[in-house]
Design a binder for this molecule. Structure first.
Ligand code: ZN
Length: 361
């Protein structure tokens, strides 16, 4: 498409001056002192420097913009283009802290390539500490923002916001993508990664993180990870344990993994730290969800990362008198990938999620 446009311009004008396809577009506004952009093209940013922007997203019900903070480390030398993203789900704050600390550790003067960091894509949900983007059209809707990519130009607010991020922030600026999440409110897990192992580049970047577990996964339609993968850009989703508060161990391991990736891709110099190999991470390809069959308090009997045996009692529900009303056993041998950590559990709520490895995989 771009080559064609250039060819046409050559025919018409007879000059070799290429048509400018993208630029960083400054709106002229500033938000809290930070310049607002409606489009990013890292090619025109000054090399060897750190840049901060507010990216202009969709509008709310009174016509004001949702702003997304963006930090760009533009290396002094050319190289690979990475994006570290976070905050698609508003209650998953470990990813936001990880992205901030990754950028703190980068010296653009010693960087080859570029790193685009987004500490929070979804201001609607982040400000409410909710997983979903809430609208009030037709009395209110709740939308999983991480199933809307690549978005819709003329869609709902969150669909437009996803479209703007995809087309105006990422497009042309990304060769590898890392989307940081954690568990949703009421859940807990170890540090794990969803990775599509059908692409060996994805396997390589996943195993550079010092995680506890890796789920080989074909992806989820509309997620940021899968949308990148469908566009031939290697991407992984990282799950940094519990939601709502900063967990230093999870955050620091995410930062260490990001540094390993930059060393491996020859963007910075240094020695690879801990990886999935040194953590002896469990790699599985199948999960089994044990859900509450009725409502009731959940007494946790296993912890994230535990190895359980088929037939072992892994969860127990209590009524308000403290009587056991239901016990749940593991249907297979497996590793505990996540648990429902809130006591009150409605029917169908997660109690325990197990991961296993197929014998032939
Ligand atoms: Zn999430």
């Amino acid at each position: 498409m771009r080559k064609l446009a250039l060819a046409i311009s050559l025919v018409v004008t007879g000059t070799a001056i290429p048509t400018v396809q993208a630029d960083t577009v400054y709106t002229g506004d500033r938000v809290q002192g930070v310049p607002v952009i409606s489009q990013l093209d890292i090619a025109d940013l000054e090399p060897g420097k750190m840049h901060r922007f507010m990216f202009q997203g969709a509008t709310d019900g009174i016509g004001q913009f949702f702003y997304v903070p963006v930090i760009v480390a533009k290396g002094a030398q050319p190289g690979t283009k990475l994006v570290f993203n976070s905050g698609n789900h508003g209650d998953e704050v470990n990813g936001i802290r990880a992205v901030q600390k990754i950028m703190d550790g980068i010296d653009p003067a010693r960087l080859s390539g570029s790193v685009v960091a987004v500490p929070g894509t979804n201001p609607n949900a982040i400000n409410r500490i909710t997983r979903e983007w809430t609208t009030y059209n037709s009395g209110g809707t709740s939308t999983n923002f991480n199933r809307l990519f690549p978005g819709k130009e003329n869609g709902t607010g969150p669909e437009q916001h996803a479209w703007l991020l995809w087309n105006k922030l990422w497009q042309g600026n990304v060769e590898y993508a890392f989307d940081f999440h954690s568990q949703a409110t009421g859940h807990d897990s170890p540090f794990f990664i969803y990775a599509d192992y059908r692409d060996p580049r994805i396997e390589r970047i996943a195993e550079l993180f010092p995680v506890d577990q890796i789920k080989k996964d074909p992806g989820e339609k509309g997620s940021l990870e899968t949308t990148f993968v469908e566009n031939s850009i290697p991407a992984i989703t990282l799950e940094l344990g519990p939601p709502r508060g900063f967990n230093t161990d999870m955050v620091d391991r995410a930062v260490e993994g990001a540094r390993n990736v930059m060393i491996n891709l020859k963007m910075i110099e240094g020695k690879i730290g801990r990886t999935a190999i040194t953590m002896d991470a469990f790699v599985g390809d199948k999960t089994t969800m044990i859900r509450a069959e009725q409502g009731g308090y959940n007494e946790p009997l296993v912890a994230p990362g535990d190895q359980v045996k088929k037939g072992q009692i892994v969860a127990r529900q209590l009524n308000m008198f403290g009587d056991t009303i239901k016990e749940y056993t593991a249907p297979v041998d497996g590793k505990v990938l996540s648990i429902g950590s809130d006591a009150a559990r409605e029917p169908r709520a997660t109690l325990v999620r197990l991961m296993t490895q197929s014998p032939d995989a």
